[in-house]
Design a protein around this ligand. Structure first.
Ligand code: ATP
Ligand code: NCN
Length: 212
């Protein structure tokens, strides 16, 4: 087999890339400490309402801001995400930040993902509670030019921003990872708040009972 590549082949390949429809990919970044039904409902709603091609849940390695609490080891958070997304063919887990380690600044992550996938348009999803905090994100103005932010409307939080966000309406769910951790510590149920296979994992590994 010849490995010779002539100019005609290169031009042909470039034309193919240009003609290829751009891929539309959603990302929900978070601690997922642990993943809960609120995350999964948001992901599914944005995937469907924006007619995306794929959707990724992306665990942080280390939350980017110091005022955030610590998270348990990434290996457990990833294992729970794998279990939670197993039955849904278009929900996947993105491990970019876990592999990179260190603080998970979204700018660094998206710069790397865009370099690896230049034919993809990214839709980065955040809860409505995080919108007011966007001006404090690392290199936010550059990040805004690189990706499209999508905000999920959340009760009790304003639905306005100076940034060009897409607002998506999703069933309001008053669930958070903090609530799940609190329930576990207090011996309160987490059934129907977290997928059953994730509950099994939490019990088997004895997570969250002793610390937050
Ligand atoms: N119930 C929910 N409704 C809307 N957005 C949510 C909900 N739960 C989490 N989010 C959003 O999902 C993203 C990832 O959140 P994260 O993994 O930190 O979960 P969390 O439940 O907010 O965690 P914690 O309680 O530990 O702060 C964030 O943008 C957050 O605003
Ligand atoms: O890059 C930043 O400055 C930045 C600041 C706050 C949050 N984020 C990202 O927003 C996502 C949700 O954050 P959190 O703290 O609610 O888990 C997660 O992917 C973080 O990396 C990113």
């Amino acid at each position: 087999m010849s490995t010779h590549v002539d100019n005609h082949t290169i031009v042909h390949e470039k034309t193919e890339m240009i003609n290829e429809p751009r891929k539309r990919v959603g990302i929900l970044g978070g601690g997922f400490n642990p993943v809960h039904l609120g995350h999964l409902v948001m992901a599914e709603q944005v995937y469907a309402q924006l007619a995306l091609d794929e959707f990724y849940l992306m665990p942080t390695y280390q939350p980017p801001h110091v005022d955030k609490k610590t998270v348990i080891d990434a290996s457990h958070r990833v294992a729970m995400l794998e279990l939670a997304t197993k039955s849904n063919p278009h929900l996947k887990v993105e491990l970019e930040e876990v592999y990179r380690e260190g603080k998970s600044y979204t700018f660094d992550t998206m710069e790397s993902l865009i370099a690896k996938n230049p034919n993809t348009d990214y839709y980065f999803v955040i809860g409505g509670d995080m919108v007011d905090y966007l001006p404090k994100w690392y290199k936010i103005d550059e990040l805004m030019k690189m990706i499209q932010f999508v905000a999920i409307k959340r009760s009790g939080f304003p639905q306005t921003s100076d940034y060009p966000l897409i607002w998506v309406d999703s069933p309001r769910m008053d669930i958070s990872s903090s609530l799940i951790r609190q329930n576990i510590q207090r011996g309160c149920p987490i059934k129907y708040l977290v997928p059953d296979n994730v509950i099994d994992y939490i019990q088997k590994k004895d997570l969250y009972r002793h610390d937050n």
